[in-house]
Design a protein around this ligand. Sequence first.
Ligand SMILES: Nc1ncnc2c1ncn2[C@@H]1O[C@H](COP(=O)(O)OP(=O)(O)OP(=O)(O)O)[C@@H](O)[C@H]1O
Length: 257
Amino acid sequence: MNAVRLDHVTKVYGTGGSAVTALEDVSHGFARGSFTAVTGQSGSGKTTLLQCAAGLVRPTSGAVSVGGDDLGVLGEHELTTLRRERIGFVFQTYNLLPALTARENIELPPRLAGRAAEPGWVAELIGRTGIAAHVDRRPHELSGGQQQRVAICRALVARPDVVFADEPTGNLDSRSGREILALLRLVVDTLGQTVIMVTHDAHAASHADRVLVLADGRVAETTEGAGPRPGSPGVTSRDAGDAGPRQGWPGVTSPAS
Ligand SMILES: Nc1ncnc2c1ncn2[C@@H]1O[C@H](COP(=O)(O)OP(=O)(O)OP(=O)(O)O)[C@@H](O)[C@H]1O
C-alpha cells in the first residue's frame, strides 16, 4: 500500500519559449512506513516533486494520490484540509511561530482544525523527541536542533499519512543534523510513519530506505535498502539515544524486536 503515489506526473512552469519542464513523466509509489530520500542536483526537480506530492502545486498532467485519494479531483478548500489533516511538513528553517511556545506550536495544527490536540499523544511526542524540558520556551530560546524537534512533533501531531521534510538538516551543525536524521529514522521504524525527505546531502540520504535520484525532472536512479535500521552500524545507539529516550521507543529496543 502506498502512502503517496505519482503517476506520469509532469509539471511545466510558464508557457511558450519561457516554459520550463521541472518534472517529466515521473511515476513512483512511496510505500507506507518507508523513509525515502529525494536527491539530485540543483534544478533537478526535487522541490517540485515534493510540492506536487503534497498538493501544494498541481501537476500539468498526471495524477497524485495521498492515502489512496486522488488529489486531482479535490478543490482548493478540500486540498487545504487534506494538507492540514493528513500531511506533515518539516522545513529547513523550522517555520515555528515565534510568538507561541514550543508546546503551542506543536498543538497548533489540530487547533487550526477546530480540535483539541490529544494530550497523551502530544506528551508522547514531546517525551520521545527529548524536548520535555523546553516546551514552555519560545522558538528564539531554543537551539536549531531543538526547534527542528519541535517541528517534527508538530508534523506528527495529526498522525498524518506522510511527513515531507525539505532539507531538514540544512541549517544544522553536523551533530544536530545526525540527531534529527536518527529521529526521523525512529519515527519511521517505531510509528510506521512514512517520511519523504528532499536533500542535497548524500549522508542525509543514506539514512533512508530508498533514494530517488532526480536528473532534469526525471527519476534517473532508485536505490533500495540504503537506510540503516536502529541497531545496525549506520545508526549508533548514541545517535538514537541523542534523538530521544535512552531506552528507545517501543519496538526498537533491539534490532530483532
Ligand atoms: N515557480 C517556478 N516558475 C518557473 N520555474 C520554476 C519554478 N519553480 C521551479 N522552477 C524551475 O523548475 C526546475 C526545477 O526546480 P526545483 O526547484 O524543483 O529544483 P530543485 O531540485 O528543488 O532545486 P534546488 O536543489 O536548487 O532547490 C528549475 O529549472 C527551476 O528553475
